[in-house]
Design a protein. Sequence first.
Length: 342
Amino acid sequence: MTPPDVAVTEVADPLAGAAPTMELLLRELDRRWPREAERLHQISRYALLPAGKLLRPLLLMESAEAVGGGGPAVVPAALSVEYLHVGSLVHDDVIDGDTMRRGRPSVVARYGTTDAIVTGDALMLGMFGVLTDGAEDAGGLPPGRVLGAVRVFARAGVDLCRGQAMEGELRGDLGCGLDRYLTMSALKTGALFRAACRGGAILGGGSPAQQHALTSYAEHLGLAFQMHDDLLPYTSDSRTTGKSALSDIAAARPTFPVLLCHAMAGAPARARLEAALGGALPAADALRTVHELLETTGALTAARDRATAEADRAKSCLEPLPRSRATAVLAAVADLSVSRDR
C-alpha cells in the first residue's frame, strides 16, 4: 500500500509504463525513512517525502533495464541518486534564500540554516553507503559494477558543485553568453542526469556502446529539462511549480530565455531588460517586464523550440539500444521534460 504522504499518481502520470518502477521506489523510500526517528532523520524525511518527480531514480532504473539488467538489485543505487539530488536542493535553498520548495516551506525556512546544511551534507554523504552496501544486499551486483557507479556518482557530485560555483559567477551577467550558460547547465543540472543514466547502464551490465548511448541521451535530456525549467516562471503558476516565480529574478540569474532575449533584442529592449534584472524595479514588476520582452522579441518561442529540439536529440540517442518498455519510458521522459508545468 502506498504511504499516505507519497503521491504516486503525480509522479507516474503520464508515464504509465513506469508505474511499477515508481511504486517500487516510493515504497522503498518510505520504508527507509520511518516517521519516528531522531531529529536529523526527521528533517531528511521532510526533504525527501512527499517525493518529487523521482526522475533521476527512474532514469537509473530504466537505463539499467534498457541494457538487460535492472530490477530490485538497483533500487538502492536509484535511491542514492535521489539523496544526492535532494541534498543539493537543500543546499541550493540555503544559498539562494528560497523559502519554498515543492509547494511548502523549504528545509532552511522550516528548520533553519544550520539544520539545513547538516541535512544536505548527511543526504549527500549517505548516498555512498546506500549505493555500496545496499546494492550488495539487494542482489549481489558485481563489485566492479558498483565501483564503476561510485566513480560516476562521485564525479557527478563534483560537477554539480562546479556548476553551482559557475552559476554564482554568472549571476547578474547578461553578457555572459549562451555558451557559458550551457556549460553551467550541463554541470549543475546535467551532472545527475548523466550519473543516473550512465550509472544505471554500468550497474545493468551495459556495453561501452550502450553506456555511451545512454550518457548522450542524458546530456541532451539535461539541457532540455533545464531550458524548459527556465521557462516555467513565464508559462506556469507558482502554485503549480511549487516555487516562487520571482526566484530567478530576485537572484539575478541569467536564465536561458533571458539570455536569448538579450541576444535577440534591439538596444532599447536590451536596456529595459538590463534595468529589470539589475534591481531597478521591484521583483514583481521586473518579472512582468521580462515576460513582456520575452514575448515581443520572440525569445520565449525560440527557447521553447530549442528545448524541444534537445528533447528530440535525447530520443534519437536511444536508437542504438534494443527497443523495449524501458526505452519507451526513457523516450516518454524526454517528451515530458518539455511539456511539464512544474
